[in-house]
Design a protein around this ligand. Structure first.
Ligand code: SPV
Ligand code: MG
Length: 299
């Protein structure tokens, strides 16, 4: 089964699926090892890890290089945050084609004006016309090769303060344009906006959410309201920021590194995560002196 087919199965299946954000190969691997079934290649987190702002400052080839690292490091499906598609329908479909070639399972595009700004920054969140975004979705669906590959349409109507009715109208238009799922984003401190959306939506397509501001909502609330997928959009990156800052601060102030030893992953854990044992085993198999001796002696 391709990773796109697996992701579609998860998204359309009866269970609530959780996607953990990743921002590089290591965080993708950790998400898999810790039990997640799919990865969100977050635009915010990848940009942050590149030292850039979530304002489509990173070029799409920079983002997709990181996606390639994730696909290589983890075997679970990767849903790529395609932001606005980095321009028009044409840049969006080129982005999608490349993501598909790299082995991603799907791409998510949002109906903001390029360059989009992270949904939690300020109040200036302009949306593109519905028709323009529908054209983008249609172009992307026409461009994909694997029919299982998912195009998730994200509406920022609630973020832009346009209300539930417009969110539902936009989602329906995106469904008719061929979207495989609807990502409804909200920055309220509770889940009422997204659950109201999901109830009114009534299962026309899978609904995806990212509970960043309402992260404490019990998962059963999402299950009861027919939400299909939950994206933990930035927690891994933010955990890394806190841990790195603490370690750097302590080491700088104390001029020794042993003070942070208890907080650090042992080297063996890092080697295990990246499967150094596989390398050693392959070395024995493909590059051992015995092997050369056997080849030379004609055995
Ligand atoms: C991201 O993770 O890049 C997202 C989700 O788009 S959010 O940052 O919550 O807008
Ligand atoms: Mg994003």
């Amino acid at each position: 089964m391709t990773s796109a087919a697996r992701f579609r199965q998860l998204l359309e299946g009866p269970e609530l699926v959780f996607l953990m954000e990743a921002h590089d190969g290591l965080s993708a691997r950790i998400a898999e090892v810790e039990g997640f079934e799919a990865i969100w290649a977050s635009g915010f987190s990848v940009s942050t890890a590149l030292g850039l702002r979530d304002n489509e400052e990173a070029s799409w080839s920079q983002l997709l290089f990181v996606v390639e690292c994730m696909v290589e490091a983890a075997s679970i499906p990767v849903l790529v945050d395609g932001d606005t598609g980095h321009g028009n329908f044409n840049t969006a479909r080129r982005f999608l084609r490349r993501a598909e070639q790299l082995g991603a399972a799907g791409v998510c595009f949002e109906d903001k004006v390029f360059p989009k700004l992270n949904s939690f920054v300020g109040d200036d969140h302009d949306l593109v016309d519905v028709d323009e975004f529908c054209g983008k979705i249609e172009a992307c669906k026409a461009a994909q090769e694997d029919e299982s590959f998912c195009v998730v349409a994200r509406t920022e109507a609630l973020i832009a303060g346009r209300g539930l009715d417009e969110a539902l109208e936009r989602a329906e238009a995106y469904r008719q344009a061929g979207a495989d799922a609807i990502f409804i984003h909200s920055r309220q401190r509770d889940a009422r906006e997204v659950t109201a959306f999901a109830r009114a939506w009534a299962g026309r397509l899978p609904v995806v959410i990212a509970p960043t501001t309402y992260a404490g909502t019990p998962a059963d609330v999402f299950r009861r309201n027919r939400i299909s997928a939950v994206i933990w959009g930035n927690q891994s990156m933010r955990a890394a920021v806190t841990a790195m800052r603490r370690a750097c601060r302590e080491i700088h102030v104390r001029e020794t590194a042993s003070c942070v030893d208890v907080d650090l992953a042992p080297l063996d854990e890092v080697f295990e995560l990246l499967r150094y044992d596989e390398l050693a085993e392959s070395e024995r198999r493909f590059a051992s002196p015995d092997r050369y001796a056997a080849v030379r002696s004609g055995r």
